[in-house]
Write a protein that binds this ligand. Sequence first.
Ligand code: GLY
Length: 563
Amino acid sequence: MIKHCLPIVLALCLFISCKKTKKEPVKGLITKNAMVVSARAEASQIGSDILEKGGNAFDAMCATQLALAVAYPFAGNIGGGGFMVYRKANGEIGSIDFREKAPMTATKDMYLDENGEVIPEKSTLGAMAVGVPGTIAGVFDVHKKLGVLPMEDILKPVIALAHKGVVVTKKQEKKIKKYQPLFFKANKDSILFDKTWKEGEVIKYPKLANTFERILKHGRDEFYKGETAKRLAKFIQDNGGIITEEDLASYEAKWREPVTFTYDDLKIISMAPPSSGGVCLAQIMKMIEPFHLDEYGHNSLKTIQAITEAERRAYADRSFYLGDPDFVKIPLETLIKEDYLSGRMSNFSFDKATISSDVSHGNIQIIESNETTHYSIVDQFGNAIACTTTLNGAYGSKLYCSELGFFLNNEMDDFSSKPGVPNMFGLIGAEANSILPEKRMLSSMTPTIVEKDGKLLMTVGTPGGSTIITSVLQTILNVHEFDMTMQEAVNAPRFHHQWLPDEVRMEPNLFDRNLIKQLENLGYSINEKDSPVIGKVDGILVLEDNSYEGGADYRGDDTAVGF
Ligand code: GLY
């Protein structure tokens, strides 16, 4: 009798202990109607207020983008650029490219010395690093095509924030301190950020408020053809740069068809070139689709192997084939075709790591800056946007135009200064991403929207340079394969492989020691030193009852606000 009962008793004990140890799901902010998730509470609040006032996701995009230029000068900007992917409530999709472009007098060798060597810091620090900014053009084009509120309603709260100022957080205090030596180096005169700002102090931006006032009065052209354009071109040239008033006057944002593909029962909508994000994400997801990740388990040995090997192969293609589609021919359809991708994975075995040099087109290494920012928005009408925007490096070129109140990007560094050869930051690319006048530099930004059964499921994105694509990937998989909430999917430890260097980067001390040993035994080189964090994902998930769950990344000051 006892013998008979034993399995039942054991099963009962197991059930009780499982019930006891089963963790409650970690959930982010849940709202019924609408939500904005961005790098700063102040920007999310302004975006959410615009929605509450009757604006749609596109009005909120404009407000959040501009508010981030005030509240998050580290990467939020009007002196940079970005990409936005959208899905309207009626299912219509689209995207806009407001990426910076090279000035008209840019040349392929502009960052090389007379011996053909890359000149240190020329493409990263100061006026020569600056690409023609696209943000204001992007914001105004989005507003004109898709917004409903007057621009005055959008700009007024942003101007008020610039006057009122923004409280310095602990993380911001540290960042300003870290980059101060470079601010001194890049700027002739002292700037607002030379002071030692402490947590809790308030930074006010009256000059930026004035710039916004002029933009409100004269519209988009104020930035590209008006007083602001004149002052900006003069400032850049006075500091040794080559951007002219003509460069600014000829800047146009571009509406582009997004990259779309399926993964199981999901439809993924992401950014097309000049971002590599959508193509690379499609390649990785199609390569791992045949594997049963849900059975292998989250961050298990086999899951990490399958994802790593797909990433290795996708990043090899990225380096060789991708650039500005207006300048280079990209075999886009082939790159994301199933038979091409299954061929790419045919030499993969779980028994042993592939070696990157066996996969590649040559020793081309990509390392990009980590400092970008992403925000996700859903509105009360069912529209959704994913927008990733950047100055490239932290505070861009570090060149701060005190008169206009904003930092300028160093996006020129996203070109390959010398195709095939690493510059001092290890940043290399192929001919497809070489510098030409008015060409856009290749990006990794991956603003992405996911549909399930023809309905909106998620909007997601992240900063993180080349790790952007793999962070977005893991967040989608965490929800779809591993049943996580949005917040859990954002919180989960991340890893990254980008073909070269041939190593799996992991967030330090978050992965099991035995797992790391097993990976090393199979031939994977693990690097836990160089990436204290991988990505800083902000996303929104549509729940079964049609409410929204925000995932704001704890790795930053990111915050979800909604109603
Ligand atoms: N500058 C970062 C990116 O465009 O990917």
